[in-house]
Design a protein around this ligand. Structure first.
Ligand code: ATP
Ligand code: ZN
Length: 304
């Protein structure tokens, strides 16, 4: 790794393909085989718990993020989709402006779409729309889902678009709290099976601004977010997964209820697939063929 480019080792090995934009990479088959195998490992654990698969595109209705207060809490991370809706004359002016690489935003209008900032966001309204939760609540596996965050960085563990695999638990408050407690240990174990050395740390989300610092402090105080942190060679301590307890935040906005009419809570467990893949390549070597047998065995699809 050179001091200048913190991604140089991964790029030189052909694992990441630069695009010229910070935090936006193409990925080689070797990288993506590992990334997907990590996702599959989470998927296996989800299947064992009879999770329901729900795979969404990385877009959510703008209105939903507005309802959730995301625009207030994370204005710096959100990607909003704009599009052209004008006539012939504006289309020509837009093209000419764009071809001069000048600002053509005056021809663009906000759409009803925003980029999904996390894999779990589309799940809550979708489950709520089906009516009361079944007895025992629900558990959803998002599959390997893209998330967007406007946080450009040269650091290969901090991307603008990346994959999360999330498990989302919705149900009565005690059941959701129990699920979260059980998964704290299981998630650490899953990462240890990959030859990583994770630790769980209380954390807070990067809320925006001065009032955001208060929100982060209260999140920390209530122990609502746990990060699983791994020391990644060349990148330092990095959160590769997080367990997030939302209390009734999502449930109240979308009107989630149990069949008995009780209020519900939600929690999610989010694994960052690219971060875990980078941790594996940097820990075990840039050629996955040479990784310890136990690690390759844990990442079952790599065996084939
Ligand atoms: P950080 O504190 O590093 O910004 P986070 O705690 O806000 O991350 P979460 O919202 O908890 O991240 O997202 C869950 C997981 O998604 C993280 O643990 C990480 O593995 C992954 N992730 C989050 N942001 C990024 C990013 N910009 N690039 C790559 N992976 C990310
Ligand atoms: Zn989530």
């Amino acid at each position: 790794m050179t001091a200048g480019d913190p991604a140089a080792d991964l790029v030189d090995a052909g694992l990441l393909v630069p695009t010229g934009l910070p935090g936006v990479y193409g990925r080689s088959a070797a990288f993506d085989d590992v990334r997907r195998a990590v996702g599959a490992l989470v998927g296996d654990a989800a299947r064992a718990e009879h999770a329901e698969a729900m795979h969404f595109p990385p877009l959510v209705p703008r209105r939903q993020l507005e309802q959730l207060g995301y625009v207030r809490s994370f204005p710096h991370l959100l990607g909003t989709v704009f599009a052209f809706e004008g006539g012939e004359r504006d289309a020509v002016r837009q093209a000419e402006t764009a071809e001069r690489h000048e600002d053509w935003s005056e021809f663009q209008r906000m759409t009803d779409l925003v980029l999904a900032p996390a894999a779990c966001y589309p799940v809550y309204p979708a489950v709520a729309a089906r009516g009361p939760l079944p007895e025992g609540g629900a558990l959803v596996d998002t599959g390997d889902a893209y998330a967007f965050r406007r946080e450009p960085s040269e650091e290969p563990t901090r991307l603008q678009m990346f994959h999360q695999r999330e498990l989302v638990r919705l149900g009565e408050p005690e059941a959701v709290a129990d699920w979260r407690d059980a998964w704290r240990g299981r998630a650490l174990e899953l990462l240890r099976d990959l030859g990583l050395d994770p630790r769980a740390e209380a954390a807070s989300d990067p809320f925006f601004g001065r009032s955001g610092r208060l929100l982060g402090g209260s999140q920390l105080e209530q122990g609502l977010k746990l990060e699983l942190v791994v020391d990644i060679p060349g990148s330092g301590p990095t959160a590769v997964a997080s367990l997030n307890h939302h209390l009734d935040h999502f449930a109240s906005v979308f009107g989630l209820r149990t069949s008995a009419g009780r209020a519900t809570h939600t929690s999610c467990l989010a694994f960052g697939e690219e971060r875990i893949a980078v941790a594996l390549f940097r820990t075990h070597g840039l050629d996955a063929g040479g990784w310890p047998d136990a690690v390759r065995a844990a990442l079952d699809p790599l065996q084939g």
